[in-house]
Unconditional design. Structure first.
Length: 83
């Protein structure tokens, strides 16, 4: 509303509603900021409490093959080529 426009009941009600909702909006903003701050603290604590890396450990193990039985039957395949 400007100085040149006449005041209407609709514009007055809108201004009153805006003033009435402003404290609630500020409270919601304050609560959101506090929640974000606490979430940041919780995240930082989680990072600080994680277990430290114990370093790299390499283990070498040699596997021995299992004994095998000779095959029961063998097959010989002969291929002749035609040129």
């Amino acid at each position: 509303m400007s100085v040149l426009e006449p005041s209407t009941p609709h514009s007055r009600a809108r201004r009153r509603r805006g003033r009435r909702g402003e404290p609630l909006r500020r409270l919601a903003l304050l609560l959101a900021l506090v929640a974000a701050f606490l979430l940041g603290i919780a995240f930082a604590e989680t990072l600080a409490e994680r277990p430290r890396d114990g370093g790299m450990v390499t283990s070498v193990r040699t596997l021995t093959p299992l004994p095998q039985q000779p095959p029961a039957r063998t097959v010989t395949v002969t291929v002749t080529s035609r040129a």
